[in-house]
Design a protein around this ligand. Structure first.
Ligand SMILES: Cc1cc2nc3c(=O)[nH]c(=O)nc-3n(C[C@H](O)[C@H](O)[C@H](O)COP(=O)(O)OP(=O)(O)OC[C@H]3O[C@@H](n4cnc5c(N)ncnc54)[C@H](O)[C@@H]3O)c2cc1C
Length: 465
């Protein structure tokens, strides 16, 4: 029931907690460096948020970019990461990402992950490499299952780290296997890759109380266990003050809202592909081309906390079955998106003044024809909304990811409040704070989690570069 192959050892070289993209990459990299690895997952299925994510990875310098004639550079990527993070990003983590991201892209390809470049109109640089929801985890999990050095076990949760009383080094951890607690010795190192805490009402209440009652997405077991385990040993914290929601959580059948017990509405990001967003008054309120995180606070401040996403048939034809946040066709069937032959009809459906909404869309289209958005300065995906039928989705705030957590150095060694490494302990993925800073550069979490996972795994196995 718990382990997928082999007997569960009570000692190993490298112990990895969490089987999202960071944990998978850490385990595979550590095994590649010659270590025996135990990869433990709290949930019954592998993958956490990584298995349900949209599946877009930011990489620079790839074959797909070259084939598409995209001119990119590490300096341009650095600039964009720092701009999104409002320069609060930790330079050592940005440097490490820039140094290792292309190796990680090749590493993922080696294990069968396939990428397709999502092309954005100029002057933007196309960097989001799309894999489809869950595809990268499926490929990596197959590699884990066939790697003789890795033992994987599900329903096995790390609960507490332990330090050698002689050296102070982290030398093991206790974990719950079902309802049995066992101590596992880690001879070389431990990697915490337990993801964020979007599913923990208690931690949200502390770090982002305004989101404690938001609809919770993300890995079902992402309750911040690793954050607490490392904090218990004195790990420092970064970016926890910047936890924000993800604007785009579907609201079914608005205004006659019907919520079923246990319903987790889909996230819809049509505005990142060319849709616009209006409020209950029928007017735009933001540059929709920004990251969904940046939209969160602005969206929450609108009447009823609702943003109505509007798009046309051009975008509906690009609905991706494989990418949850752009699977518009499924959202129509489930009642999260409604349609009409005119913009006025959409307005009536949502109890918005039709004259105002028609005017909003007409004036947006006039400006787009000039390549401008004088109202909000939108540059990304500036396309007209003029092909019937038209679509509208009432959406609100959700919490999918937290992007703040414990501090590490550029080798992914966990460091304490005074900047000293906690020997033997490494971390990667959403549990780590400091990479994203005060914002979020879209599609940079899967790629940084994979990159930092690979680095943490190698270093936990004793191979420093
Ligand atoms: C709907 C959605 C769409 C997204 N789309 C994108 C996107 O397109 N691009 C992008 O870059 N990012 C996206 N993100 C964010 C991204 O998916 C995550 O930030 C990233 O996957 C984090 O990877 P991770 O390995 O750190 O954590 P996870 O993938 O969440 O894995 C953590 C794992 O640790 C396990 N775990 C927790 N506690 C313990 C414990 N005590 N012991 C053992 N295991 C434990 C969890 O069960 C989980 O399996 C999206 C997120 C969501 C929810």
């Amino acid at each position: 029931m718990l382990r997928e192959k082999g007997a569960l050892p009570n000692q190993t070289d490298v112990l990895v907690f969490g089987s999202g993209i960071a944990g998978h990459c850490a385990a595979l990299a550590a095994a590649d460096a010659g270590a025996d690895v135990l990869l433990l997952e709290k949930a019954s299925q592998p993958g956490g948020s990584s298995a349900i994510a949209g599946g877009a990875f930011v990489f620079s310098g790839t074959d797909e970019q070259e084939s598409a004639g995209q001119k990119d550079s590490l300096e341009a990527l650095r600039r964009d990461l720092l701009q999104s993070g409002k320069n609060k990003n930790k330079p050592e983590l940005v440097d490490r990402f820039l140094k290792s991201q292309l190796d990680t892209y090749r590493f993922l390809k080696k294990f069968g992950v396939k990428f397709e470049l999502h092309i954005v109109p100029e002057p933007g640089v196309s960097r989001a490499h799309v894999t489809g929801t869950g595809k990268a985890i499926t490929a990596l999990h197959m590699a884990v299952q066939t790697e003789p050095r890795i033992t994987y076990a599900s329903r096995s949760a790390g609960v507490r780290l332990s330090r050698s009383s002689e050296t102070g080094r982290v030398d093991g951890a206790s974990a719950m296997f079902g309802d049995r607690e066992t101590f596992i010795r880690a001879k070389s190192g431990i990697v915490l890759a337990t993801g964020g805490f979007s599913r923990s009402r208690e931690l949200l209440q502390i770090y982002a109380p305004e989101l404690a009652d938001a609809v919770k997405h993300g890995g079902t077991a992402n309750t911040g266990d690793g954050l607490m385990m490392a904090t218990d040993l004195g790990a420092g914290h970064a970016d926890l003050g910047y936890v924000s929601g993800s604007f785009g959580g579907g609201i079914r059948n608005y205004p006659d809202i019907q919520r079923k017990a246990g319903e987790i509405p889909p996230l819809l990001f049509s505005f990142l592909e060319g849709g616009i967003m209006v409020n209950k008054h029928g007017v735009r309120f933001v540059n929709e081309g920004q990251s969904y995180k940046a939209l969160s606070n602005i969206g929450m401040a609108q009447p009823e906390g609702i943003g109505f996403q509007i798009f046309d048939d051009r975008l509906m034809q690009r609905s991706h079955e494989d990418t949850s946040v752009n699977n518009y066709k499924e959202a129509v069937l489930a009642g999260y998106i409604q349609s009409g032959e005119t913009i006025g009809e959409l307005a009536t459906l949502m109890d918005i003044d039709p004259i105002i909404l028609e005017d909003t869309v007409a004036s947006y289209n006039r400006n787009v024809a000039q390549g401008l958005d004088p109202q909000f300065g939108r540059e990304a995906n500036l396309v007209p909304i003029d092909q019937a039928p038209y679509y509208i989705a009432a959406t609100g705030n959700a919490i999918t990811s937290t992007y703040g957590g414990i501090t590490t150095d550029g080798n992914m060694a966990v460091v304490d409040w005074f900047g000293e490494a906690i020997e033997g302990l490494f971390a990667a993925g959403e549990i780590v704070g400091g990479f994203h800073g005060a914002g979020y550069y879209s599609a940079s979490s899967l790629s940084s989690s994979a990159t930092f996972g690979q680095v943490a795994g190698r270093h936990a196995a004793g191979h420093f570069d």
